[in-house]
Design a protein around this ligand. Structure first.
Ligand code: MLT
Ligand code: ZN
Length: 438
């Protein structure tokens, strides 16, 4: 009955019950998280999304919300038999001004970047998954990406959002939701709420012109120089990105690309600086005598970026990776690889990530530890916590980490309170982020 009512709303072609059609929505792209759903619902408008959620709410039917399905923590797959609500068709994009773009939840990051580019602007969050990752999911996880050192994560780009609540009511502007409404204050919790509070329908995001001159450098960094190099480069006014990886990772990327690795050392730092005048001189001063390949020509710079962007796919070619997205203080960076390797003697460990986790200069990195082989996940989490880090950085808690969520996020009480107000039946992403006892 529920499904036929839903099909009447979205059309039978967008209420997928055939197992073959559902299959791609029931597993995350790494292949690690797999569930089963009675149907995949693909609303084609905000009105349809509202009507679908109203029906689910009436029936007490749990849902998981899915965008580009590029998540890494099992937050978008129906692990408990939920209905999948895919926002993929809500992909509208509208350039509101040279400083503001409105994106439907299902618009990919790549399309948003093109829209910004059409008015000579750039968007502050970027990731290698740009052609699949969608704006709603990126807000839900508060994705940071490669330019987080400059612009902060998704939440810092969010000017406003329109959402649909669990009962199907549509709020076109969270900024204008008055103090008497139960969703008042939701805008401040939305980024990172992982779809448990409301479904993002569309968002207004800030865009701005990128400075014209670019310098990209790949730098060999011995362990003893890592902290000072990262602090020095991170302090440059022109800094746009500082990515870290090491010998095993650059070899992995090089083999996928069919090229040879340009450099190798304890650490490689891939740095991008941008400014209106040439940023290369100031960057060279900080790099000093460290061996480096430097490109001021953007297309040569993009060649260097290939070695970073090939890592996620490269590791997936080796098997289904265990993915640990963690935050580590700079003082602990040099211990990560050895300590994790010691904790997973039967695993092959790859470490890469973003040298900063925000734009405030706080000395913590968002690291992605990817392990192929046999892994005791809890042992890896313990290593990170013993280094003074946190088990979640920019991919979210999802289902993968929610048993340890209380050690990773200090806003659980606020999230739980908002959840009780907005989704008392717990139909939105019920197995995500909040532990069951919250
Ligand atoms: C990245 O920055 O490469 C992605 O966020 C992470 C990953 O593939 O683990
Ligand atoms: Zn990342």
């Amino acid at each position: 009955m529920l499904l036929s009512d839903i099909a009447t709303v979205v059309g039978f072609d967008h209420c997928l019950t055939d197992p073959d059609l559902r299959a791609a929505y029931e597993v995350d792209w790494t292949g690690r998280y797999r569930g089963l759903s009675p149907a995949v619902i693909r609303p084609g408008s905000v009105d349809e999304l509202s009507a679908v959620l109203a029906l689910c709410h009436g029936a007490g039917q749990p849902v998981v919300v899915q965008g580009g399905n590029t998540g890494m923590v099992g937050g978008g797959v129906p692990l408990r038999g939920e209905l999948v609500v895919s926002v993929g068709r809500l992909g509208n994009l509208q350039v509101v001004s040279e400083r503001r773009v409105r994106a439907g939840a299902g618009a990919t990051l790549g399309r948003l970047q093109q829209a910004a580019d059409s008015v000579g602007a750039g968007f502050g969050v970027d990731t290698a998954a740009r052609d699949s990752a969608t704006i709603g999911g990126m807000i839900a996880t508060n994705a940071g990406g490669i330019n987080v050192v400059r612009f902060g994560p998704m939440g810092d780009q969010l000017l406003d959002a329109g959402v649909v609540l669990a009962d199907g009511s549509y709020l076109p502007s969270l900024r204008q939701t008055g103090p008497d409404h139960p969703a008042h204050g939701l805008i401040d919790l939305l980024a990172g709420s992982e779809g448990i509070l409301a479904v993002v329908a569309h968002a207004d995001l800030t865009i701005a012109p990128d400075p014209a001159a670019v310098a990209v450098a790949m730098i060999e960094v011995p362990a003893a120089r890592l902290q000072s190099l990262v602090a020095g480069v991170g302090g440059l006014p022109s800094i746009y990105a500082i990515e870290l990886f090491g010998g095993p990772e650059v070899e992995l990327a090089a083999s996928g690309l069919g090229r040879s690795a340009p450099l190798s050392a304890d650490w490689l730092a891939l740095v991008e600086c941008r400014s209106d005048d040439d940023p290369a001189g100031a960057l060279a001063e900080v790099v000093g005598d460290l061996p480096a390949v430097v490109a001021t020509n953007p297309s040569v710079g993009r060649e260097l970026w290939l070695f970073r962007e090939a890592l996620t796919e490269g590791v997936s070619r080796l098997g289904i990776p265990h993915k640990f997205d963690v935050r580590v203080p700079h003082a602990g960076l040099n211990d990560v690889r050895a300590s994790v390797t010691a904790a997973v003697p039967n695993g092959t460990v790859f470490v890469w990530g973003h040298a900063f986790s925000n734009r405030d200069g706080h000395p913590t990195a968002n690291l992605h530890i990817n392990i192929i082989g046999e892994v005791d996940d809890e042992a890896v989490f313990d290593v990170i916590e013993n280094l003074g880090g946190s088990i979640a950085a920019e991919h979210g808690i999802g289902t993968a980490k929610r048993h340890r969520a209380d050690r990773a996020r200090d806003d659980l009480a606020a999230l739980a309170e908002m959840k009780r107000r907005l989704d008392p039946k717990r139909i939105l992403n019920p197995a995500v982020l909040l532990p069951d006892d919250f």
